[in-house]
Design a protein. Sequence first.
Length: 146
Amino acid sequence: MLAGPPKNAGERRFRHHHWRNPMNIETQTHLATLRELLNYRLHDLESEEHADELARRRYAASGDVSDRKDEAAQLVEGNMLEAQELRDVGDLQHVRRALERLHAGIYGDCAECGEPIALQRLLAEPAAERCASCQATRERAGARTR
Ligand SMILES: [Zn+2]
């Protein structure tokens, strides 16, 4: 009886998917595009963060004015600014982490299952940390606990 290949040779996972291969021009173009998208988003969010900070300071300054009629409106505005800011900060962290992964050469792998995230998904959402199915699972779980 002939000795076949090692039993688990076929089971070994192919870790480097084609578009990350440095010899592949298409890969490099995609990564460059994604890096550009991320940098653009980063810049965008940083300006937004700055604008939010200014808006909040203006709001805080205007809080001294004892105009009773506007108090409720100001409270609503303040809460909205805060919510917007929290969202932006969250996005900013996502984008920064994505750029770090890109730099480390591990960009594009799902944080949950380790499978490569579809390029289409990354192009639509460059800061995505999970593949579509893991993200959906997570959102379902999140919706339940909320
Ligand atoms: Zn996944």
